[in-house]
Design a protein around this ligand. Structure first.
Ligand code: PNS
Length: 174
């Protein structure tokens, strides 16, 4: 129910959680954040703290990068979590998990996770957005590989992230 002043009571706010590794954030992720921020009242971008997975950037570094590039979206916040995603979503009051699908190859993994998450917590829905065609081939893994081999990644990640990648992988100081 919408109040007279046009705002929604907190309990009715649509809060979505966009989870991932974001090591680092790409323009594909950023596109999803922008579209998610228009669909939901609040969007929490949550980085998985996974000690067993070797990451290029630490969780605080990834939080900084995400905060910097999503500053323009008034209803987006950045957080990190460990443990089960559905537990964290419940704690954060999120009723929706947002994920992107780039190609058919993403579908099986995403379907498995969505069904498992639904089994664990039926009250939480997973919502998928199709990647824009301009971003459907971008992945954090490929971006790291290409820049490490001297290739051009401009347009694939935000400029501030490209600088961080150059610093970390090529030793360039900016
Ligand atoms: O960007 P990624 O690496 O594809 O994101 C995967 C992520 C973080 C969404 C997934 O690994 C996850 O949710 N991990 C948290 C632990 C969990 O809840 N596992 C069960 C998922 S069905």
């Amino acid at each position: 129910m919408i109040r007279e002043n046009g705002t929604l009571p907190l309990a009715n706010k649509r809060i979505a959680l966009y989870p991932g590794s974001f090591d680092p954030i790409t323009n594909g992720h950023l596109d999803l954040i922008g579209r998610g921020s228009r669909l939901f009242d609040r969007l929490i971008v949550a980085i998985l703290r996974n000690e067993s997975k070797q990451a290029l950037f630490s969780v605080p570094e990834r939080i900084d990068m995400l905060q910097e590039v999503s500053r323009g979206f008034h209803n987006v916040e950045v957080a990190s979590f460990n443990g089960l995603l559905v537990d964290y979503a419940s704690e954060a009051g999120a009723g929706v998990l947002l994920r992107g699908i780039r190609a058919v190859s993403d579908y099986e993994y995403e379907l498995q996770m969505a069904l498992m998450n639904r089994r664990l917590r039926p009250s939480i829905e997973t919502v998928f957005l199709m990647s824009s065609e301009a971003h459907s081939f971008i992945s954090s893994r490929l971006v790291k590989e290409i820049i490490g081999l001297g290739g051009n990644i401009s347009g694939l990640v935000p400029p501030s992230v490209e600088n961080k990648l150059r610093e970390r992988l090529l030793g360039e100081k900016r």
